[in-house]
Design a protein around this ligand. Sequence first.
Ligand SMILES: Nc1c(NC[C@H](O)[C@H](O)[C@H](O)CO)[nH]c(=O)[nH]c1=O
Ligand SMILES: CC(=O)[C@@H](O)COP(=O)(O)O
Length: 160
Amino acid sequence: MATENKNLSVYDKASIGNVKGLKIGLVVSEWNNNITEPLFQGAFDALIDCGIATSDIIRWNVPGSFELTFGAKKMLETQAVDAVVAIGSVIRGETSHFDYVCSATAQGIKDLNVQFNVPVIFCVLTDDNLQQSIDRSGGKHGNKGTEAAVAALKMALLGK
Ligand SMILES: Nc1c(NC[C@H](O)[C@H](O)[C@H](O)CO)[nH]c(=O)[nH]c1=O
Ligand SMILES: CC(=O)[C@@H](O)COP(=O)(O)O
């Protein structure tokens, strides 16, 4: 289903389960922070709304989306988190760099989900233009950060 047919900010709290005591890591890319900060806020607000304590949310910043994999890996290795949300915004430029950053970041985060027993959620917008990013970070299509935070909670509780 394309995002235009599903508002990213809509979720059913009753479908999540008991999140009491869960610890969630948020690794945030500084590139395009005009987009990543609203994504972070959407994720943070959703976690609080679902019952996560502020003290159980850890935020780390990394320079760009390519560094999200290392940042999430280091968080998994050093922090007792139950899930990590990797937050980034990649916007197409003049060259093929966009393709390499998006692919490497997606593959890197996927690999972490295989290597570790803690879910890492792919909250990375990969947009052709700034308007698409705005629309998905609190604009007309909702906030990808909200959706990612709910996914993190559901995955943290999977099998429990
Ligand atoms: N162009 C974007 C980047 N590029 C930077 C890379 O992510 C990386 O930090 C750099 O290549 C050094 O390793 N990053 C984004 O997150 N978004 C972009 O649009
Ligand atoms: C995703 C990128 O790295 C991209 O924004 C960089 O822009 P350009 O391809 O024009 O160098």
